[in-house]
Write a protein that binds this ligand. Sequence first.
Ligand code: SF4
Ligand code: SF4
Length: 224
Amino acid sequence: MTDNGERDVPGKGLLDGLAVTFKTMTRRSTTQQYPDVEPDLPPRSRGVIALSEENCTVCMLCARECPDWCIYIDSHKEEVVVPGAARPRQRNVLDKFDIDFALCMYCGICIEVCPFDALHWTPEFEYAETDVLSLLHDKDRLGEWMRTVPPPPAHDVLGEPSKEEATAARKAAGPGAATAAKTARPAAVRAAPPPTAAQPVPPRPSPPADPEDTAGSSPGEPAR
Ligand code: SF4
Ligand code: SF4
């Protein structure tokens, strides 16, 4: 008896299995002949993490947020003399930026938290090693992968303007136009049709009473 209470037919399971086998045999094979044929990966695939060294300010956010503690950063400070400044400024210089891909779980948190767009996903995946210790990659190796980072997705024309766009619009509009620039919207949004008659129109506030009409009347007494 089956779970449904039906009687078993001898050999039915075998025939069902053979039916699946024959159906699969007649299907076109989809095997990709890697490495002779490169796989066609989506552009936003999480292959490996690339580092743009010049963007990194050694803020350490990525290393602190990494759940696997597999980012190792080292740096030193340098004095920079700025013409006209009262005293020299200091800046961080990156000495070491390693990611241990033997520990990394490809969660992407480091890329999300980086405030300076120094870390990026790339679809590059051919970095297998025969020794697990060789999966610790330094900043030079991470920097080489920057050339395989795909371009950023197209800007959403219906989205909010970025802070930089709003600032540029405010400067272009001149003084006194700060509010208009802050609320600037893309052309597609500005071209939206006006409210139709079906939409409720808010009531207009009633004008203030004429002071001469109410002069001399006490509170609660109707105006003459
Ligand atoms: S992807 Fe996740 S686990 Fe890998 S280095 Fe970044 S934060 Fe760490
Ligand atoms: S979060 Fe970005 S800028 Fe900060 S240390 Fe990491 S990679 Fe560099």
